[in-house]
Design a protein around this ligand. Structure first.
Ligand code: NAP
Length: 291
């Protein structure tokens, strides 16, 4: 397929590479142009603007930081909305608000373009290794057409609804589970350290009881206090928890645990941890325990 891929950050670079490996023709664009250079030798065409990237594309994929970045890339004068071919489809992989997903659905429909929300689970290493878990929602015909692309990005694809924003609320609730687990590790480790028990010994027990890659990897990083370089920056984690709380508000469904984690993440940013991994929020919990 003729593809455009916009946003070559920690996640996007590996995703674009896997689309090239799967034999697709890919035009790439990144705001900081240097990040696109490594893909040239792998067959990508480097575009001058988002509009230039998507002129020939059947499918335009975006992997950008947040709502504001996506708004800019889609609706600016050199953005994709004005340049997409009629019938072309925009796949948004970023973790964005449900409101932004509804806006994109309406704006693309008005221009006779397709739109699917396709957020992903997995860290940058999983993106590189084609091991993402892909979540998608939107019209079934568009999902069928784009399925080979989901297969090129990940190890499993889950369809969660016919309205694109339903994929975004699913992704947000998934990140909520992960950050709630990080919070639980932070609280348990702080107590254990004060009790003189090695968190690594505790983690072995938790791996036996609850074993999963997510528990094992985060549990070890937090026990080792290995927060840099960030796999997922804490400032983006705070953005996600804000979006979770906004979705909860929309659905009139209180999420008190998300409110608590929000304040811990905010404290972490106030203490200069915005660029560290989001698991470094556990430092706030340790400090609260006098550690
Ligand atoms: P990242 O490394 O910070 O990359 C962000 C990308 O957005 C970069 O390409 C950046 O361009 C671009 N960008 C930011 N503001 C922009 C603007 N105003 N206009 C144009 N481009 C802009 O972030 P990431 O870790 O790849 O995450 C990307 C998305 O995936 C986020 O929504 C995140 O929540 C989600 N996600 C992340 C992970 C993870 O573990 N990292 C996992 C799943 C989902 P520059 O290079 O020019 O700054």
């Amino acid at each position: 397929m003729n593809l455009a891929f916009i946003g070559l950050g920690k996640m996007g670079i590996g995703m674009a590479r896997n689309l090239l490996r799967a034999g697709h023709s890919v035009a790439v664009y990144n705001r900081s142009a240097d990040k696109a250079a490594p893909l040239v030798t792998e067959g990508a065409r480097v575009a001058k603007s988002p509009a230039d990237a998507c002129r020939e594309a059947d499918v335009i994929m975006t992997m950008l930081a947040d709502d504001a970045a996506l708004e800019q890339v889609v609706f600016a004068a050199d953005g994709i909305a004005g340049a997409m071919k009629p019938g072309a489809v925009h796949l948004s992989h970023s973790t964005i608000s449900t409101a932004m997903a509804r806006k994109l659905t309406a704006e693309h429909a008005q221009r006779k373009q397709g739109y699917l929300s396709v957020p992903v689970f997995g860290r940058p290493e999983a993106a590189e290794a084609k091991k993402l878990v892909v979540v998608v929602a939107g019209p079934a015909n568009l999902i069928d057409r784009c399925r080979p692309l989901f297969d090129a990005l990940g190890r499993a694809t889950y369809v969660v609804g016919a309205e694109p924003w339903q994929a975004n609320v699913t992704k947000l609730c998934g990140n909520f589970m992960i950050v709630a687990m990080i919070e639980a590790f932070g609280e348990a480790y702080a107590t254990l350290r004060k009790a003189g028990v090695d968190p690594h010994a505790y983690l072995e027990i938790m791996n036996t009881l609850l074993g999963s890659a997510v528990i094992g990897n985060y549990g070890k990083a937090i026990a080792d206090e290995a927060f840099e370089p960030a796999g997922f920056a804490l400032k983006l984690g705070l953005k996600d928890v804000r979006l979770i709380l906004a979705a909860a508000e929309e659905c009139t469904s209180p999420m008190p645990l998300a409110s608590l984690v929000h304040d811990h993440l905010l404290s972490a940013v106030a203490q200069g941890q915005g660029e560290m991994d989001w698991s470094s929020v556990t430092r706030v919990i340790a400090r609260n325990a006098g550690l």
